[in-house]
Design a protein around this ligand. Sequence first.
Ligand code: NAD
Length: 269
Amino acid sequence: MIHGSTELVAIIGSPIAQVKSPENFNAWFAENGQDRAMIAVDMAEQDLATFIQALRGWKNLRGCVVTVPYKQVLAGQLDQLSPRAAALGSVNVIRREANGRLLGDNVDGEGFLKAARAHGFHPEGCRALVVGSGGVGAAIAYSLCEGGVRQLVIADLDQPRAQALAESLSRAFPQVQIGNQYESLGDFDLVANATPVGMGGTGEMPLPGVLLETLSPTALVADVVTSPVVTPFLELARSLGCRIQTGPEMARAQMGNLGAHMGVMPQDA
Ligand code: NAD
């Protein structure tokens, strides 16, 4: 129950009814005896600047998770960004300091990698393919480079977008071989779908069937799509003997990172 004394955090996006963070955060707060609660905020884009201004003076609100479609636009309205949020030009979490300063970070990639490590994937020296170079794909690609992959391939239907991401990551991580070309999936230790393909039971695949047949059974195959939990892409990978990582696993893995940035949870929650 929310009391007058309850410390709040929020999640902002539009639409917002589909997000799972409020139930995950509120269950954790209740299980851990915390007088804290998460509220969901569906805000119109034209009122974001007013919301950010209100956040600065909102004394019983510790921070805000940011979801689609505001990750990029809000990155431009905060007082300080973490190096990775600045490099990505997007935030998925904001901390409100006691003096009203707003600090942004992006932990999408860290959540992905935390879930992957739990499946036994360790990025150091590995080869990885990320399909999708939008907000989430860029965050995953950044974290894989930070984590020490040897080679990273970034694919996207929007080739200039994938190329621009490969170029900017190459400048930030010159020790990693980063490109956009590949002919087979056979040598990849990790293949990740970071596109919305497969969402909502359409049955679509993010890669052509002939390529999918080349997946190595030793690879970890991951999807960011949260519904269905096991996408057709993951079903196929599992049938080929691969380990699979679902979108909800990534979302659950980053809860501690989001909560820790807002100062309401330990990182490993
Ligand atoms: P986005 O629109 O910024 O990027 C998607 C990219 O995928 C685009 O660049 C697009 O060109 C590319 N793409 C689409 N179809 C493709 C195909 N068939 N082959 C290659 N590239 C293709 O979207 P986003 O913000 O990066 O979100 C992507 C997905 O991630 C969404 O479904 C979102 O719900 C999900 N997501 C999951 C989590 C989680 O924790 N599991 C967190 C955030 C977002």
